[in-house]
Design a protein around this ligand. Structure first.
Ligand SMILES: CCCCC/C=C/C(=O)SCCNC(=O)CCNC(=O)[C@H](O)C(C)(C)COP(=O)(O)OP(=O)(O)OC[C@H]1O[C@@H](n2cnc3c(N)ncnc32)[C@H](O)[C@@H]1OP(=O)(O)O
Length: 395
């Protein structure tokens, strides 16, 4: 899939269309092995046919699972080369298959049959009351995604690395946002697991140099950044950040694209771009001066002033601050009440409020990404990253 080289928005549209089409019951496009014998094989073939008749789209996560089980059942463990980082769709499919490890073919066949049977019964009863139970979605390694009370919660889940955003996490967030934009939820919430909300870009992202060298690395990084931020600019439902602890870098800048930002009084907001030889992203060069005025935005974005939650609230970046001891309880009570509001009214209100800025934000995102592409090649940036990686410097 040719994502690299296309402009960010086109690439994203192409990519999302490809998610929908290429994951659309992929197993059905392949031939079922006729060599394996026995009742289980027959059940398997019948299950493959039944997938075509499902009344309800089971969603990308389930389709990935079906794809992986089908491949495992017909070809055995995954031994094909891992697709490139930017080949999002094939990488997601490869990851799902590879995650099955050495699961025996017979077990995979049985699991496929069981999964289809479950889908058939839920598809048949889809007009009945929808289950509201908290449901962890499978297929994500760096995120924990749950849906409950009409809220989709996307939790950054690399607590040992302070939820630093590695390349996989950026890609999984884009897929999760695409899924959340289409699911039954009324609002979508981001939060972090552990003591941090997020320490921003994972600085080890800079170490994995492709064959085309550092220039190609910087170019790929700029495409990833632009696509990532575009997903937030275009997200159609109310987007809420539940900032459970310190937030750094890009995890702070994109808050300007959120609709509500709730913070624990333990949270801090830090954008140390100059210290890292870098420049602002996430449209913050536009949203921050607009939100907090030029003087305060400059203090954060050029001089790297770290704000407390109270300061961030005073400057309009944060909607409300809660004591850490009651943070989760108070915030989730509030969000559950909001999630009962009429979905379409909220979505349309968001459109009215945000739409006239969208084109401008996309242009700003493109410009910030392209400036960063240059910055990442500068001595200032390389030295700052090397200092962190060699444990000579921390923020
Ligand atoms: C492609 C899109 C690019 C978009 C451009 C984005 C730009 C940004 O986001 S700029 C901000 C980048 N972030 C940083 O510079 C933060 C670097 N981290 C730190 O300074 C510190 O780790 C800390 C202040 C966030 C936390 O310090 P401390 O409480 O002492 O915890 P540790 O340093 O021991 O962290 C535990 C563990 O996590 C690793 N880690 C934390 N943050 C990052 C990070 N951003 N990148 C990579 N690794 C990170 C840290 O190295 C430790 O790892 P181990 O030593 O292996 O335990």
């Amino acid at each position: 899939m040719a994502v690299v080289g296309l402009s960010g928005r086109l690439a994203r549209c192409y990519c999302l269309r490809a998610v929908r089409s290429s994951l659309c019951v992929p197993a059905l496009q392949l031939h079922v092995s006729k060599t394996a014998m026995g009742a289980s094989q027959k059940d398997f073939e019948s299950a493959v046919n039944q997938v075509k008749l499902l009344k309800k789209d089971p969603g990308n996560e389930v389709k990935l699972k079906l794809y992986a089980l089908y491949k495992q059942a017909t070809e055995g463990p995954c031994n094909t080369p891992k697709p490139g980082l930017f080949d999002l769709i094939n990488k997601a499919k490869w990851d799902a298959w590879n995650a099955l490890g050495n699961l025996p073919k017979e077990t995979a066949r049985q699991n496929y049959v069981d999964l289809v049977s479950g889908l058939r019964s839920s598809s048949d009863s889809s007009s009945q009351v929808k289950p509201e139970a908290d449901k962890k979605q499978a297929g994500y390694e760096t995120l924990v995604i749950t849906s409950e009370d009409h809220i989709t919660k996307i939790m950054l889940n690399r607590p040992a690395k302070k939820n630093a955003l590695n390349t996989q996490m950026y890609q999984e967030i884009m897929l999760a946002l695409e899924a959340a934009s289409k699911d039954d939820s009324t609002i979508t919430v981001f939060t972090g697991s552990g003591d941090y909300y997020s320490s921003g870009n994972d600085l080890t992202n800079f170490t994995d140099i492709p064959p085309g060298g550092v220039e190609e690395k910087a170019k790929n990084g700029a495409i990833l950044l632009r696509d990532f931020v575009d997903c937030f600019i275009d997200f159609p439902k109310p987007l809420v950040a539940v900032v459970n602890g310190p937030a750094v870098g890009i995890s702070v800048t994109i808050l300007g694209l959120f609709d509500l930002v709730y913070a624990s009084d333990r949270a801090t907001f830090h954008t140390p771009f100059s210290h890292l030889g870098q420049t602002p992203e996430g449209c913050s060069s536009y949203t921050f001066p607009k939100i907090m005025g030029l003087a305060k935005a400059v203090e954060m974005l050029i001089f790297g002033k770290k704000l407390t939650a109270g300061e961030a609230y005073a400057q309009g970046l944060v909607t409300e601050v809660f004591p850490d001891s009651t943070f989760e309880k108070e915030v989730w009570t509030r969000l559950k009440a909001y999630s009962k509001l009429p979905r379409n009214a909220m979505r349309i209100s968001k459109q009215i409020i945000r739409n006239h800025e969208k084109e401008k934000l996309h242009a700003i995102n493109a410009e910030e990404s392209s400036i960063l592409q240059e910055r990442w090649l500068s001595d200032e940036c390389v030295n700052a990253v090397m200092n962190f990686l060699s444990q000579k410097a921390k923020l």
